[in-house]
Design a protein around this ligand. Structure first.
Ligand code: NAG
Ligand code: NAG
Ligand code: NAG
Ligand code: NAG
Ligand code: NAG
Ligand code: NAG
Length: 187
């Protein structure tokens, strides 16, 4: 009898509580994600295909915005993919607050900026493709500490610097494209 009560009443209640707790934990960061994406939108100076202006609005959740997807359970942003969209602008450091981001593909646009130091916080990132833009400055060392990174493409920009020996820490790295940049170093 007691066993049955535990199984049919307490266990579901416990699970529900865990779920609510998980939800409460991820809730504040939903607004962190929202803030990060709005900062990104604010740093877009030209959007000829009207992606941001017509779609990135509060008519829908950020998880329904073009190029954005979220985890099924935690509803945190996991993907920001807007390649070849003719977007002009810069990459704000706040993008580094998308702490659940797995894929970032902004290749083939007109982004003019540094690679923000904040990107070093993207600890879950597996794919970063920023190739074919106008990024400049040096690749911050923190990039070489993104331990989950599998694909790293920043070629066809004006990035400089050396590949840190920390690249040895990227044990998951399968593909790297830094062609046409002024990066030196041994791999
Ligand atoms: C934005 O685009 C997505 C996917 O095409 C769509 O599901 C969503 O409803 C659009 N949102 C708005 C506000 O247009
Ligand atoms: C990024 O998007 C472009 C365009 O769709 C695609 O060709 C490229 O392979 C993507 N990058 C990665 C690393 O998947
Ligand atoms: C982006 O702009 C170029 C030239 O301004 C144009 O040829 C190209 O079709 C545009 N891309 C898209 C996806 O509209
Ligand atoms: C997001 O990132 C910026 C710059 O990296 C930082 O100043 C800000 O406090 C961060 N946190 C939130 C919640 O936006
Ligand atoms: C990364 O590698 C460097 C040198 O190869 C090492 O000194 C450093 O401790 C490593 N860092 C991490 C966070 O593993
Ligand atoms: C509760 C929680 O996960 N908070 C995190 C939200 O995101 C910021 C910035 O990435 C972290 O610093 C918090 O720890």
């Amino acid at each position: 009898m007691e066993n049955t009560i535990i199984r049919f009443i307490f266990l579901p209640m416990l699970l529900m509580q865990c779920f609510m707790a998980a939800l409460a934990m991820s809730q504040p960061n939903f607004t962190t994600d929202q803030f990060a994406l709005l900062e990104f939108k604010a740093h877009i100076t030209s959007d000829p295909l009207n992606i941001m202006s017509s779609n990135w609005t509060f008519a829908t959740s950020i998880c329904n915005w073009v190029g954005v997807s979220c985890g099924a359970l935690h509803r945190r942003v996991t993907t920001l993919d807007l390649p070849n969209m003719n977007l002009t602008g810069s990459l704000p450091p706040q993008l580094g607050n998308l702490s659940f981001l797995v894929s970032l593909n902004l290749s083939g646009n007109n982004f003019h900026s540094n690679l923000p130091l904040g990107f070093g916080k993207l600890q879950r990132l597996r794919l970063m493709d920023l190739s074919h833009n106008f990024l400049y400055g040096s690749i911050p060392d923190v990039i070489w500490l993104l331990s989950k990174l599998e694909i790293f493409r920043v070629g066809d920009n004006q990035l400089t610097g050396t590949i840190s020996r920390n690249i040895g820490n990227l044990t998951k790295l399968r593909r790297i494209y830094i062609g046409d940049t002024k990066i030196r170093g041994k791999i």
